[in-house]
Design a protein around this ligand. Sequence first.
Ligand SMILES: [Zn+2]
Length: 173
Amino acid sequence: MNRKYEFNWNLLGNISEGRPNLGPLVSTEVYRLMQFCFRDILENNYGTEAADRLFYEAGLLAGKHFYQNTMNKVENFSDFIKSLQLILADKGIGILRIEEADHEQGKFVLSISEDLDCSGLPELDYEICVYDEGFISGLLESFTGEKFKVKEVDCWCTGDRTCRFVAELIKEN
Ligand SMILES: [Zn+2]
């Protein structure tokens, strides 16, 4: 396919030059407005399942580029998590904690508090952080070189005060 919109980091532009007075930050409200309107339109056009899949894929793509362009390359998992914690807090994305790490099975449980996508939203009966699921999957894949399936199991929106994700290595047979 002849692509018009293939992502690369340069598309984010030179923000200090482009926004000398306003600076690099926008409100969480504006970020959520765009994300949730995108999701509304995707669902309306393609259905709920496809909207979720597209959000997951977009998150995954973002996670890979985020890793490539913002993170220091480190050798071991705990250094990876440490630098991820710092950058996620620094960018205002959330406060990351690792709750369980089973390196043998390739299974991790992690939580993100004050999550950019959902913290403070009204209560719903489903987890909403599908973009985050993909984002975490993209980060883990970039660091480990292996693919991970990530599922949110608790969310601010389901009454928890944090978002909790289970990441599992996709084992190739
Ligand atoms: Zn959530």
